[in-house]
Design a protein around this ligand. Structure first.
Ligand code: BEZ
Ligand code: FE2
Length: 406
C-alpha cells in the first residue's frame, strides 16, 4: 500500500485540504493521513512538496501519433491549404515517424500528466508503441474511403486492424473505432462500422464539421472541397449530407471531434442523442477553423473534452499547453469557472464519456494520478485550477495503476 499526502486533492470538481489517498493498483481509501497510517501501518508514504495538488491522471481523447515527425512542414492558417500540404507530405512525414519518435511523444504527453490517451490510427502502425507505453490507450482504428469502388477493400483492412488491436485488450489497449469524417467515408461502410461499434460496445469517434469548407461541401457540393475532390477523386458530389451523417449515429453515443462549424440546431441534435465533443483549441486556431462556442455546449449540456489533436496541427502534445490555449481562446464568462471546466474536460468528463475507471479520485477507481506542484500558495481553493493551468509546464509525478512512472 502507498499513501499520498499532498497539500490539495481534486475531488468531485473541488480542491480539498487535509486529505490523503491510500492506493495499490486502485484507490483504497481517502481520509486524513493519521487515520490512513493507523489503518495501513506498513504503507509507504510517497514524497510530495509544499503546494502539491493531486489530480486524477489526465486524459487526452484525440491524438494522431503517426504525424509526430511534423514540425515546420505543414501549411497553417486555413484548412484546405493545410489538407493539401498533408496530402503532399504525408508519405515523407509518416516515413520519418519511427517508433522511437512516437514513444518520445508518449513520454512528452506523460510529462504533462496524461495517463490515458485516445490514439487515432489510420494504418495500425502505432499499435506497438501504444502497447509498450505505460499509458492506457483507447486505440481508435480509423475508417476512411469515400470512393464506392475501394470502400469494401478499405473496410476489410479496417476490420483486420480492429481485430489486431483486440488481441491486446488486456494490455492497456482499449479497441475502438474512428470514422475519419462525413466527407471521406462512404455511407454504406459508415453504417457497417457504426453497427460494429454498437454490437461490440466499442468507443466510437469521428471528426465532424471541422471547417467552413467541409460545411459548404456537405451542404451544397461547393467551395474549396469541390476543387479537392475533382482533383483527387474525380468527383463533384459529396457522399453524404450533414443530417444523414448525423442520423447514422443515432443509436451509438459518439465522441465528435472539432464540431466548430455546427449550428445551434445541430448542437441540440448532438445533445438529444447523448453525443459528446472533443475540443482542440490549438488545432482549430492553426487550421483557421474558428472557435468552438463552448458556452453553447454548456447551455445545451453537451459534455466535452479538451484534446491536443496530432502534431500535424499542433506544436506540442502537452495537455497543459492545450488548456492554456483554451483559457485564452474563450474570453467569455468567469475565468476561474472556465479553468475548472477545462480541468474537468481532461479528467471526469472523458472518463464518463468512455466509461473509464479513472478520471476521478474516488475509492475503487484506478490509481492514475498527476501530481502538480504550484510555485507558491494559491490565493484561494477556487483559484487552484486556474493557477495550475497558468503555471504548470510539467507535472511533478505520474502514477498509472498505482505504479510511479515519473
Ligand atoms: C477519401 O478517402 O475519400 C478522402 C480521404 C482524405 C480526404 C478526403 C477524402
Ligand atoms: Fe484529428
Amino acid at each position: 500500500m502507498k499513501i499520498l499526502n499532498p497539500t490539495y486533492i481534486y475531488i468531485n470538481g473541488k480542491f480539498q485540504e487535509n486529505l490523503a489517498v491510500a492506493f495499490n493498483e486502485k484507490i483504497e481509501a481517502i481520509d486524513s493521513l493519521e487515520k490512513l497510517q493507523k489503518r495501513y501501518p506498513n504503507a509507504t508514504i510517497e514524497e510530495t512538496e509544499e503546494n502539491a495538488v493531486l489530480y486524477p491522471g489526465f486524459i487526452n481523447t484525440h491524438v494522431h501519433l503517426e504525424f509526430s515527425a511534423n514540425k515546420t512542414t505543414l501549411q497553417y492558417g486555413s484548412f484546405m491549404p493545410w489538407l493539401d500540404s498533408v496530402i503532399e507530405n504525408r508519405e515523407e512525414l509518416v516515413g520519418e515517424c519511427s517508433n522511437d519518435l512516437m514513444m518520445q511523444e508518449c513520454q512528452n504527453m506523460m510529462r504533462s500528466g496524461i495517463t490515458t490517451f485516445g490514439a487515432i490510427s489510420s494504418f495500425g502502425a502505432e499499435l506497438e508503441v501504444c502497447r509498450e507505453t505505460p499509458q492506457k490507450v483507447i486505440f481508435f482504428n480509423e475508417l476512411i474511403g469515400s470512393n464506392a469502388s475501394t470502400a469494401d477493400m478499405l473496410y476489410n483492412d479496417f476490420l483486420e486492424r480492429l481485430d489486431e488491436s483486440k488481441k491486446y485488450s488486456n494490455n492497456g489497449i482499449i479497441p475502438a473505432i474512428a470514422i475519419h469524417s462525413p466527407y471521406s467515408v462512404h455511407p454504406i461502410v459508415l453504417k457497417r462500422a457504426i453497427n460494429v461499434a454498437k454490437t461490440e460496445k466499442l468507443p466510437l469517434s469521428s471528426h465532424f464539421l471541422e471547417s467552413q469548407a467541409e460545411r459548404e461541401w456537405l451542404e451544397d457540393d461547393s467551395g474549396e472541397f469541390l476543387t479537392f475532390f475533382q482533383k483527387f477523386f474525380n468527383s463533384s458530389k459529396s457522399v453524404t449530407k450533414i443530417d444523414e451523417f448525423l442520423e447514422s449515429f443515432d443509436e451509438v453515443p459518439t465522441h465528435f471531434v472539432h464540431v466548430v462549424q455546427a449550428n445551434r440546431e445541430e448542437l441540440q441534435y448532438l445533445a438529444n442523442k447523448g453525443h459528446s465533443i472533443a475540443h482542440c483549441p490549438r488545432s482549430n486556431r492553426l487550421l483557421g477553423c474558428g472557435r468552438l462556442p463552448i458556452e453553447t455546449l454548456i447551455e445545451l449540456n453537451i459534455p466535452f473534452t479538451t484534446a491536443t489533436d496530432g502534431l500535424s496541427s499542433n506544436n506540442s502534445l502537452s495537455i497543459l499547453d492545450e488548456l492554456r490555449a483554451g483559457l485564452m481562446l474563450h474570453h467569455l464568462g468567469s475565468l476561474e469557472e472556465l479553468a475548472s471546466l477545462l480541468i474537468s474536460s481532461i479528467t471526469s468528463k472523458p472518463a464518463e464519456i468512455f466509461s473509464l475507471n479513472s478520471g476521478k479520485i474516488e475509492i475503487g477507481k484506478d490509481a492514475d494520478f498527476a501530481l502538480v506542484t504550484l510555485p507558491a500558495k494559491p490565493s484561494s481553493l477556487e483559484s487552484i485550477a486556474l493557477q495550475t493551468i497558468l503555471h504548470t509546464q510539467e507535472v511533478s509525478n505520474v502514477w498509472i495503476s498505482g505504479n510511479r512512472e515519473i
